[in-house]
Write a protein of this length. Structure first.
Length: 260
């Protein structure tokens, strides 16, 4: 399976405009970034776990695709626990390490906040086709077509990039020049891949220019990108989750505005 191709499904989430998914994820992340408290993050995370089944991902696919988030969240929480600003009762101290009541609460809040921001973002973008996203950014958001199509072309080349890396590795091994130090081998192979990428990029740019990409006239699109009621509904769901998280946090007195 391609690393950039979304899984196919019949759920409505697969047919929603990617711009709405992007807006919903940014809206939720923007609200949660404003505070560091475990209540708002926990409420948002609980709502997201209810909604994630709507995305149509299998449990295996969900776990594999969100694995980096599951690793990053507790890692950040542990770092905050050990080296966060001391406050309240001291549970354990050794050198620069101070585990206190304040650092424990901050570590829990940090872990939950990363999960609450990262998991829905990954799930939403897993269901996005790069071409649909480019159509939406150009037709709905009105971004410059040259920028959008250039980004789409680069994203489509990710698979070729990985294939080139594996081919270079096998070719160098067959020629007997891959037995040196790991660092030197990595730098040498990375330089070879850079040269190959620049050549391919130049050829692609020339081909796109020859086909009229970037022409100073209003371009047409093969597929229309629509923004209808279901897209508004998804943004509304994201707003509702954000407002609910904020409301519960404020009501319980846990809201901790980071800009104050």
């Amino acid at each position: 399976m391609s690393l950039i191709a979304p899984p196919r499904g019949d759920r409505a989430i697969f047919r929603i405009n990617p711009v709405a998914k992007l807006a919903s994820a940014l809206l939720l992340a923007g609200v949660l970034i404003l505070t560091i408290d475990w209540v708002s993050a926990a409420v948002a995370l609980a709502c997201e776990f209810v909604l994630v089944f709507w995305a149509g991902l299998s449990l295996k696919s969900f776990v594999l695709r969100t694995l980096p988030v599951w690793i990053a969240a507790p890692t950040a929480g542990l770092t905050t626990l050990l080296y966060g600003q001391p406050a309240g009762a001291v549970y354990w101290a050794f050198g620069l390490v101070n585990v206190t009541e304040g650092s424990l609460e901050l570590a829990i809040a940090t872990t939950l906040r990363i999960l609450a921001i990262g998991l829905p973002s990954v799930v939403l973008f897993v269901t996005v086709d790069p071409t649909d996203l480019a159509d939406g950014l150009a037709q709905v958001v009105k971004l410059p077509a040259r920028f959008v199509l250039g980004g789409l072309a680069g994203l489509r080349l990710v698979g070729l990039f990985l294939g080139d890396w594996r081919a270079l590795e096998l070719a160098r091994r067959a020629r007997g020049i891959a037995d040196g130090g790991a660092g030197r081998r990595l730098l040498s192979q990375a330089f070879a891949l850079l040269v190959l990428s620049i050549r391919r990029g130049s050829k692609l740019a020339t081909a796109m220019e020859a086909r009229g990409f970037g022409a100073p006239v209003q371009r047409t699109w093969a597929r229309e990108s629509t923004f209808r009621g279901r897209e508004v509904a998804l943004i509304g769901i994201g707003l509702a989750v954000a407002l609910l998280a904020v409301g519960v946090s404020v009501a319980l007195g846990s809201w901790n505005f980071v800009l104050t």
